[in-house]
Design a protein around this ligand. Sequence first.
Ligand SMILES: Nc1ncnc2c1ncn2[C@@H]1O[C@H](COP(=O)(O)OP(=O)(O)OP(=O)(O)O)[C@@H](O)[C@H]1O
Ligand SMILES: O=C([O-])CC(=O)C(=O)O
Ligand SMILES: [Ca+2]
Ligand SMILES: [Mn+2]
Length: 669
Amino acid sequence: MSAGNGNANGDGGFSFPKGPAMRKITTGAKRGSEICHDDSGPTVKATTIDELHSLQKKRSAPTTPINQSGAAAFAAVSEEERQKIQLQSISASLASLTRESGPKVVRGDPAEKKADGSTTPAYAHGQHHSIFSPDLGAVSDSSLKFTHVLYNLSPAELYEQAIKYEKGSFITSNGALATLSGAKTGRAPRDKRVVRDATTEGELWWGKGSPNIEMDEHTFMVNRERAVDYLNSLEKVFVNDQFLNWDPENRIKVRIVSARAYHSLFMHNMCIRPTPEELESFGTPDFTIYNAGQFPCNRYTHYMTSSTSVDLNLSRREMVILGTQYAGEMKKGLFSVMHYLMPKRRILSLHSGCNMGKEGDVALFFGLSGTGKTTLSTDHNRYLIGDDEHCWTETGVSNIEGGCYAKCVDLSREKEPDIWNAIKFGTVLENVVFDEHTREVDYSDKSVTENTRAAYPIEFIPNAKIPCVGPHPKNVILLACDAFGVLPPVSKLNLAQTMYHFISGYTALVAGTEDGIKEPTATFSACFGAAFIMLHPTKYAAMLAEKMKTQGATGWLVNTGWAGGSYGVGNRIKVAYTRKIIDAIHSGSLLKANYKKTEIFGFEIPTEIEGIPSEILDPINSWSDKKAHKETLLKLGGLFKKNFETFANHKIGVDGKLTEEILAAGPIF
Ligand SMILES: Nc1ncnc2c1ncn2[C@@H]1O[C@H](COP(=O)(O)OP(=O)(O)OP(=O)(O)O)[C@@H](O)[C@H]1O
Ligand SMILES: O=C([O-])CC(=O)C(=O)O
Ligand SMILES: [Ca+2]
Ligand SMILES: [Mn+2]
């Protein structure tokens, strides 16, 4: 026992030998005759610092996926063998198509110190790391190196990786991980390509208005090789094996290979997280993403028009990302895949939020980006099924994802308490600004982008419905953020009107908020998500019409945008009012209200809703300039008409009568 710097004195306290200026410090512990106060307790079972550190962590790792065929026999497989099979599968995912063989892969962080003090893994012995080393022959330098795989890391591990190695990653005061997505802070739909081959040629929607810009198989392989080579050139890659779709019969297994902890944590949150048992029998993924977003595509490559390329190959079941680190590309890329796969099974895929009341009444919330799907489906009085992507089958609805992706510009605890509270340890906060010392986030700061986002697992919402499935919807709510300020806060729609507005997919946002007032610009995006659909919009519309009809669901159009004038004159309708409107839809009370019909659009609008000033229900009342109102209404009506021209000669479903009704359900003047 050592007395350290202190002099032991008789009463068990310390006194310092430095003369009278030093005050005597007492510990308060009276230990009688002990010459030195000691509170260390029993000593640790370690003789070196490294040994001590090795005691800190209990060994564990996500279990290993093995082949489906071998699943029954997995009990017989040793852990070592299991890990080898897993690495073999990951090596195969990362295989270069020209070399035909995958890289040598090793599990674990390359920077992690081994017990013997070395920082490089003992490849030859391999006691601490699983390794997979295909018989490559040293044909190139890349075959001499190992690629480290960080497989299904936990949020805590990913935090450490991000903070250690990724510039711009910080823990904010609420516990979230703040990251930067780089130059791109939103999706790049113009850089999305889809392989046009013998199969997709006839199946997908191509040409004018379609989001599917074609590329050929060969060019896809060029980009794939570029992404794979980039990933293999790194010291380490992140691999996520996860699921899409809470409907067990239509679940899709996805593998995401990425280079950033940010991407891995984002997908951990956004996809469905497998249980250890589910991971054991994961086998071969149904779809793989190669995210080499830090590395650009080669602009000399055919079909490339920028250094960003997001490429979908449905036949190969692969997606390649080059030149953008915006994580939403992965989320929405997979959504595109679901928009292809699900309709093949007669399942309708939807860009919608979804929640359920205590009585089991389900509501869908359609709307383009920023119209309120996440804000309004996250409702403290209802169960959240999901905020953005769903499937509607013969039996009901299911969420595709395992997490939510909320806009957080101007987020407030008061207006969106559940989202506010979901921003905690584990949540990814993209492109937000925070105080460098307190690390408090300033949600009003748009210095990086207006599209600041929070990605969190759905369980972070207290009343999430787990598993995220529900019965058939009772209400179908179409959200539009109308910056022209002429759409009523709420309209009841008949089936033909619902289809007309679903196919139109309208919203109007204000382009830029910085250089003074700008004209609102109308956006029409078929099925409220033209960027993600793969088939012609009328295919999805026909399915929606059929389902709404058989289930007797009611359609509504809710304007979450401007009232009292267009952008610059009026104001955005208060979230509290919109929530009251939505409450009245859910409760069924709005269905029983008195209605009047509007001119031009022919909407049925209620004359009264409890808790809302009646005058705001008809937009004309809140416009002081009535002439301007009429002109703006006609202008918007004209934009709708023009947009719908492309759909005028398409039949919707087998019912020719419905097609005619839909065409007649638009604005009339
Ligand atoms: N009356 C309103 N109703 C709904 N949202 C409103 C309203 N007024 C302001 N907002 C704001 O509009 C934004 C709606 O964004 P939200 O995240 O719900 O979009 P989203 O439809 O889920 O889009 P995305 O598909 O891009 O995720 C939020 O920032 C919300 O605070
Ligand atoms: O995909 C994104 O980046 C965000 C989103 O949900 C959308 O735009 O619909
Ligand atoms: Ca959202
Ligand atoms: Mn969305």
